[in-house]
Design a binder for this molecule. Sequence first.
Ligand code: FES
Length: 151
Amino acid sequence: MARFDDSFKELEKSVMEDMRRIYSEKVIANFLNPRNLGQIQAPDGFGRVTGPCGDTMEIYLKTKNGKVTNASFWTDGCGPSIASGSMTTELIKGRSIAEARKITQDDILNALGGLPEESLHCALLAANTLREAIKDYLAFKNEPWKRAYRR
Ligand code: FES
């Protein structure tokens, strides 16, 4: 058993070393331990976008007095998309909708300490999903009861 434990630790160490060669510590932390993962019941804003890669992301918003009081995400995408969704929801919590609306792909990339070229679109997926969630929030802001009739 001790030999199995040792080889498992060796494998884990080598996987982490490989990841560190490609990703920043922030990407790894948000991927391995995503913040705000899951759904929010009866959200005030909801966005779902499928990117050209075929992966989908959802973002849920709870608001009060024009501020994002809670946010969560879900994705069936890659590690960088998990890190991007996690970071995006962290970036918008506590901000006004007007501020959250200004969050771009670059803001997410900067907060993550960058992503490899081939994963830049994963941060774009998060930015686009956030935009959809805010659009949804704005559409129902003044008449929330209309959500019940949404198709
Ligand atoms: Fe599709 Fe990353 S490869 S979101």
